[in-house]
Design a protein around this ligand. Structure first.
Ligand SMILES: [Zn+2]
Length: 450
C-alpha cells in the first residue's frame, strides 16, 4: 500500500498545524490550526468574516492547496485537542472536504463553537465522537484503522491519533507531556504506545512536536504545578486585600486547582473574561470537572463589571477573581484591570498570580511586560511562572522513541531552528537526516512507501 504524508502547516512555525496521511486511496487529515500571532499582529481583524485565501496569504491558516497533489479521498479530519493552533482553521477549511470531523468530546464541543461563530462559510461536516482507547475503520479497504491513544497535555481530552496500515502505524505525536499524575483525566497511555511499537508491522512513521526538544530532563507533571500553586497561595493566605490570579482559560486542570485553593483560603473564586467562561463552562457541562455549584463565570463586559462592583462593595479579601490576560493581551481582563478600566481597584501590596509562562515570542513578551508594569505602578506584587509546560522535553522524547521504535521520523510544530535540537536527539539514537529523519517545510509531500 502506498503511504504518503503531506506536511501542510506547522512545519515552519508553531501554529496552523495540519498534516495529511494517505494510505492507499484513503486520506486522513490531522489538525487544522490557526496561527494566532499572524492574526493578532493586525490590530482590528475579525477572522470570522474573512475568506480562507486571505487568511492563507496572511500565514494565519494552513495553505492546503498541496492537498490536491494527494491522490486519494479525505475520509476523516482529526483534530487532536482543543488548542486553537490545532482546531482554529476548521471553520475556514473543513467545508472543502467531504469528510467527518472525528475527535474526543471536549475537542468536538470546542470545534462546534468555532464553527458557530464563523460567518463566511457554512461548515456542515458530520461530527463523530471517539474516545481515547477507541478505534474506527477508515475507508472501504478494511485495512486502515484510526486509533486514539490517551495523552496528557495542557488541555483536557487530548489524544495522539494512530493510523494503522498494512505498512505499519503512522503515529501523529503532537502535543503532549508524559504525565503519570495529571490533575484531571487519565495518565498518558505509555503501555499502548509500547504495544504499538512492538506490534508485527511496527511504526512506519512518527510525527513529533519539537517544542521543548532542546530542554534537558523531563517536563514535570501537572500535579507539580498544583503543589507550586498551593505553596504560593498558602504563603499569602493571611493577606486581607486583593488577590487576583490568571492562567490559560483552556487549562481546565489549572483553573480547577485555583478554584480549590481559593476555597481553602476562604475566598470565593469567580471566573472572569469571555474565554474563561467559554472553556470552563464547556468542561463543566460535559462533566469533565466538578466545580462548586455557586462558582460564578462571567464573560460579558456588563456582567463582569457588575461582579467587580460587588467585589469592591463586599470586600476584595472575600474573593479570588480568576481572569484572562496571562500573556498581557491588550484586551484581556487583567490588562484592563492594570489600566484601571474596571471597577476593581488595586491597592499597594495586592497580589497578582500568573499561573502561566510567557510564550517566548516578541509580541507576547512585550505585551506581558507592559501589563506587569501597569499592575506594578498600582502597587501590585507579582508572582509569575507558576506553571509546567504541556510539551515533552528531551527525556520524554527519548522515552517515546524507545517505546515506538519508529522507522521514520518527521519533526513538526516548530521552525527549522526549533527542529535542530530534535534532529540532534534523533541522530544520537541512530537516525540519519535525509534517510529516515525527514526535516521538511510547509506544503511538501513525503512518500514513505511507493
Ligand atoms: Zn496544544
Amino acid at each position: 500500500m502506498e503511504i504518503e504524508i503531506a506536511t501542510v502547516g506547522g512545519y515552519e512555525e508553531v501554529g496552523r498545524q495540519m498534516t495529511a496521511v494517505r494510505a492507499g486511496e484513503d486520506v486522513v487529515i490531522f489538525d487544522m490550526g490557526l496561527n494566532l500571532s499572524q492574526v493578532l499582529i493586525h490590530d482590528d481583524i475579525r477572522t470570522e468574516q474573512m475568506h480562507s485565501l486571505d487568511l492563507i496569504d496572511m500565514g494565519a491558516i494552513p495553505d492546503d492547496r498541496v492537498m490536491s497533489e494527494l491522490e486519494g479521498d479525505v475520509k476523516a479530519i482529526v483534530p487532536t485537542h482543543g488548542h486553537l493552533d490545532h482546531i482554529g482553521a476548521i471553520s475556514k477549511l473543513a467545508h472543502r472536504y467531504n469528510a467527518p470531523i472525528v475527535a474526543t468530546p471536549f475537542t468536538i464541543e470546542l470545534v462546534k463553537q468555532g464553527i458557530e461563530s464563523e460567518s463566511k462559510f457554512s461548515v456542515d461536516n458530520d461530527f463523530v465522537k471517539m474516545e481515547a482507547g477507541e478505534t474506527m475503520s477508515i475507508g472501504t479497504s478494511g485495512q486502515v484503522d484510526l486509533e486514539f491513544v490517551n495523552v496528557t497535555h495542557s488541555i483536557i481530552d487530548a489524544i495522539n491519533p494512530v493510523l494503522h496500515t498494512p505498512e505499519g502505524a503512522i503515529v501523529y505525536g503532537l502535543d503532549k507531556r508524559m504525565d503519570h499524575t495529571p490533575v484531571i483525566g487519565d495518565p498518558i497511555d505509555m503501555d499502548r504506545f509500547r504495544e504499538i511499537g512492538r506490534s508485527d508491522n511496527g511504526v512506519l512513521a512518527y510525527i513529533e512536536d519539537c517544542t521543548n526538544a532542546g530542554k534537558k530532563g523531563r517536563t514535570p507533571s501537572e500535579s507539580v504545578a498544583k503543589e507550586h500553586l498551593r505553596d504560593v497561595m498558602q504563603s499569602i493566605e493571611d493577606y486581607d486585600g486583593g488577590i487576583v490570579a490568571t492562567t490559560f482559560s483552556s487549562h481546565i486542570a489549572r483553573v480547577k486547582s485555583l478554584v480549590e485553593f481559593a476555597e481553602d483560603m476562604g475566598r470565593q473564586p469567580v471566573l472572569l473574561g469571555r474565554s474563561m467562561e467559554k472553556y470552563s463552562g464547556t468542561a463543566e457541562r460535559l462533566e469533565f470537572v466538578d466545580f462548586p455549584e455557586d462558582l460564578g463565570m462571567y464573560g460579558h463586559r456588563k456582567s463582569v463589571d457588575r461582579t467587580f462592583k460587588r467585589i469592591m462593595k463586599e470586600g476584595k479579601e472575600n474573593y479570588l477573581p480568576i481572569v484572562t490576560g496571562h500573556q498581557g493581551e491588550p484586551r484581556a481582563m487583567l490588562t484592563r484591570m492594570g489600566r484601571g478600566e474596571t471597577p476593581y481597584e488595586l491597592d499597594e501590596g495586592d497580589k497578582v498570580i500568573f499561573s502561566a509562562r510567557v510564550i517566548p515570542e516578541p509580541t507576547n513578551e512585550g505585551q506581558r511586560y507592559q501589563s506587569e508594569r501597569l499592575l506594578k505602578m498600582q502597587g501590585a506584587r507579582i508572582y509569575d511562572d507558576i506553571h509546567v509546560s504541556g510539551h515533552l522535553r528531551e527525556e520524554g522524547h527519548f522515552e517515546m522513541l524507545e517505546a515506538l521504535q519508529p522507522q521514520n521520523i518527521i519533526p513538526a510544530h516548530q521552525d527549522l531552528k526549533g527542529f535542530a535540537p530534535y534532529v540532534d536527539l534523533c541522530e544520537s539514537q541512530g537516525y540519519e537526516l535525509g534517510r529516515d529523519l525527514h526535516v521538511t517545510r510547509n506544503g511538501n509531500l513525503i512518500q514513505l512507501v511507493e
